[in-house]
Write a protein of this length. Structure first.
Ligand SMILES: [Zn+2]
Length: 66
């Protein structure tokens, strides 16, 4: 079985199982998914309307330019 890795550009964790939908945090495809730790740390707070940290925003924007 092919290994799947977290779609978060600042994370390289291997995803166990099906992973988690990254929206609304990242502008990713439906087929993308993030690992459990990114889900808890970033995606759930984003869904609750908590602001994403400036550091994370900068990191994500930086990677999307490539
Ligand atoms: Zn991750």
């Amino acid at each position: 079985m092919k290994k799947k890795y977290c779609s978060n550009p600042i994370c390289n964790n291997e995803i166990k199982g099906v992973g988690n939908n990254p929206q609304p945090l990242l502008n990713l495809k439906v087929t993308d998914s993030v690992c459990d730790s990114c889900n808890e740390e970033y995606v759930i707070p984003a869904r609750l309307g908590e602001p994403v940290s400036e550091f994370l925003k900068l990191m994500i924007l930086g990677f999307q330019k490539n």
